[in-house]
Design a protein around this ligand. Structure first.
Ligand code: URA
Length: 303
């Protein structure tokens, strides 16, 4: 593969550094040092440029002579605080979610968007097919948010949100909208949508003449934030993955390079750190199953 990114097949193309870190072999820093030291070959040839483009489907990458394999499929749930970016690195030096999950887990990517100012549930995985299903509106996986509006909202405004407001990039699909409470000057809402367009909830509130002051994502389908503390993460349970009803990758025990899951003090729950990247217990300790359709328990945005 050339060092220039080809115009077609762009999704298959990743830099050599990214391919190594995504395989779970090590962090991006490790990858750069291995590449610099001449330990990495692409199609038999030593490549010392970390930005060399690799075609994931066709090029053969080896580290120390051993072929790279996929890292074990991993699915985790982070309670993203407001003020954290979901990108790998920020040129302005703002905090990113990778600082919360341990920087060694660079091979995981966030599923869908959460704005800098939005807090709440963020799924991170290395299973691209699963991520695609979770974000593709055709799969209609509901995403639930709680928000504080900048104004009091009338029943007519709520009805407009339910019916599907007009946005600059086309009409929003109807939302499930519940008035949680009214303060003196603000309405608190719960909204469930099945799309994940850029700043969608904020733009929907603007479309009815209000704005979002605080936004928290509390659930993705049956996966709920529950009592996970803000800034902490845990693995999704097998039960949660099964309840999502999406295809997931089957773990292979033949991973070429062991994934390095450091025991990290920021990890919320060391007993939930299995090698498979999925929590083995069907249900998290202390978590209770809720009847389908019941409202996620979350304190929601405060006044
Ligand atoms: N909708 C928004 O407006 N922002 C988010 O972060 C998520 C959904």
């Amino acid at each position: 593969m050339s060092t220039k990114k080809a115009d077609s097949g762009i999704n298959r193309l990743k830099t050599l550094e990214r391919v190594l870190s995504k395989s779970g072999a090590g962090s991006r820093t490790d990858a750069r040092s291995w590449i610099g030291a001449g330990k990495v070959r692409v199609n038999g040839k030593v490549i010392q440029n970390p930005d060399h483009w690799v075609d994931m489907d066709h090029d053969r990458v080896t580290l120390d002579g051993k072929p790279l394999r996929h890292a074990a499929p991993t699915y985790l749930l982070l309670y993203k605080p407001k003020g954290y970016l979901t990108t790998w690195r920020d040129p302005e030096g703002r905090p990113t979610v990778y600082q919360l999950i341990g920087e060694a887990k660079t091979w995981l990517s966030p599923v869908g968007r959460l704005d800098l100012d939005t807090s709440g549930l963020l799924v991170m995985t290395n299973d691209n097919d699963f991520a695609e299903q979770l974000t593709n509106p055709e799969h209609k996986v509901p995403k639930t948010y709680q928000l504080k509006a900048g104004t009091l909202l009338s029943d007519e405004q709520l009805q407009a949100l339910r019916e599907g407001v007009q946005l600059s990039d086309g009409p929003a699909k109807p939302a499930i909208v519940t008035r949680l409470r009214d303060g003196a000057r603000h309405t608190f809402l719960e909204m469930t949508i099945t799309e994940g367009r850029n700043r969608q909830v904020r733009r929907m509130l603007e479309a009815v003449g209000s704005k979002v002051l605080k936004l928290v994502r509390t659930a993705i389908g049956p996966v709920r934030i529950g009592d996970l503390p803000i800034g902490k993460w845990r693995y999704l349970t097998q039960e949660e993955l099964a309840n999502l009803g999406l295809r997931i990758r089957v773990s292979s025990s033949t991973s070429g390079h062991p994934r390095r899951l450091r025991s990290d003090s920021r990890e919320s729950n060391s007993r939930n750190s299995p090698k498979s990247g999925i929590a083995k217990n069907g249900r998290r300790r202390g978590a209770r199953a809720s009847p389908p359709g019941s409202r996620p328990k979350h304190p929601g945005p405060r006044d």
